[in-house]
Design a protein around this ligand. Structure first.
Ligand SMILES: NC(=O)c1ccc[n+]([C@@H]2O[C@H](COP(=O)([O-])OP(=O)(O)OC[C@H]3O[C@@H](n4cnc5c(N)ncnc54)[C@H](OP(=O)(O)O)[C@@H]3O)[C@@H](O)[C@H]2O)c1
Length: 305
């Protein structure tokens, strides 16, 4: 008899995200088992408990998901889990802390698509402001965009916190090959004058960019907002906006709202969860794979429309 599909879902938090549980089961994982309050030091033992209880054939029906809130911790746990495998006893792993990797990937892929469609350009060399980019979604978006060649500045209310986050992004996720800068929120009126792209990645229900600041953004092309809770993170961008012109923009910028990004995020997470079900060799998935999948998903919707 074939064994059921089991996804072991690790989180450093008190609870596993119900969103991630629904996503896992809807993607075809029959059992989504939570392990909560997990510390990095416990990962090796848990992984080895997973891999030695099934034959190599049935390990293809077994994977690990890493949640939590902290992007660096999740990437560290992914590395530890990968190193704990003992071939041929190995399983796939997918890290998506706080949904941040798939949300950020969806946002950056949607922005890239609008840059191409409306401005016939790419992320390469674009000046990006990641407003409230100090949270998990902002960090991942900053790294993905910087790896695609953009000049990214993470903005936060406190410059030293934003600088610390930018340093973590550069060293931990960029392997020192990217240089994300930091800035203070009080200076955004100055930065916006030379900004091509805005990511609004703040906590829910907080406006980060006013209509007045949009009107002063002389070279703004695309502005994306992940916050679905009113008021919008960027004035004038509806949650459903998907490449919609922003009324107050003097540069013809377009907006992408939270629900448009949410749709790509949903599809991306679903496809990555399915990849682990269908793969022949173990996969180790994080924000870079999420970005590839989000790009492919957007491309596929263009072909079918
Ligand atoms: N559309 C989707 O599919 C989707 C999916 C997942 C998440 N989300 C949304 O994505 C957004 C980002 O998520 P996250 O977990 O990365 O966010 P987060 O960690 O909760 O917050 C991000 C940053 O917002 C800033 N912030 C918090 N309170 C603020 C306030 N009162 N005024 C101004 N700034 C404030 C903080 O930056 P500083 O302290 O450095 O200023 C914080 O680091 C949230 O709105 C979430 O709901 C959307």
């Amino acid at each position: 008899m074939e064994k059921p599909f089991i996804l072991h879902m690790l989180t450093t938090a008190k609870n596993l995200s119900p969103f991630d549980v629904n996503m896992a089961v809807d993607a075809g994982w029959v059992s989504a088992i939570p392990y909560t309050n997990i510390e990095a030091s416990e990962v090796q033992g848990l992984v080895q408990d997973v891999i030695f209880s099934r034959s190599a054939k049935n390990l293809k029906r077994t994977s690990i998901f890493i949640g939590g809130r902290d992007t660096k911790q999740a990437m560290d746990m992914l590395r530890i889990a990968k190193h704990a495998m003992i071939p041929p006893f190995q399983v796939s792993i997918f890290a998506d802390p706080s949904g941040a990797f798939t949300t950020a990937a969806a946002m950056v892929a949607a922005v890239e698509h609008e840059l191409k469609q409306k401005f016939n350009t790419t992320l390469e060399g674009k000046n990006i402001l990641a407003l409230a980019g100090t949270g998990p979604v902002g960090q991942a978006a900053a790294v993905i965009a910087a790896k695609a060649g953009a000049n990214v500045r993470i903005i936060g209310r406190q410059l030293d916190k934003a600088q610390h986050i930018a340093d973590v992004c550069n060293c931990e996720f960029g392997e020192g090959k990217i240089t994300i800068l930091a800035g203070a929120d009080v200076d955004k009126a100055e930065y916006i004058k030379t900004t091509d792209v805005v990511f609004a990645t703040g906590a829910a229900g907080i406006e980060l960019l006013s209509a007045e600041l949009i009107a002063s953004a002389q070279q703004l092309k695309v502005a994306a907002d992940v916050n679905a809770v009113p008021p919008a993170g960027i004035a004038g961008i509806d949650a459903m906006s998907n490449g919609t012109p922003i009324t107050d923009s003097i540069s013809g910028a377009v907006g992408i709202g939270a629900l448009a990004i949410g749709n790509v995020k949903y599809q991306t997470q679903n496809l990555l969860l399915k990849q682990m079900i269908n793969c022949e060799k173990p996969l180790y998935l994080h924000f870079e794979h999420a970005f590839e999948v989000a790009r492919e998903y957007i491309k596929s919707t263009q072909k079918s429309s």
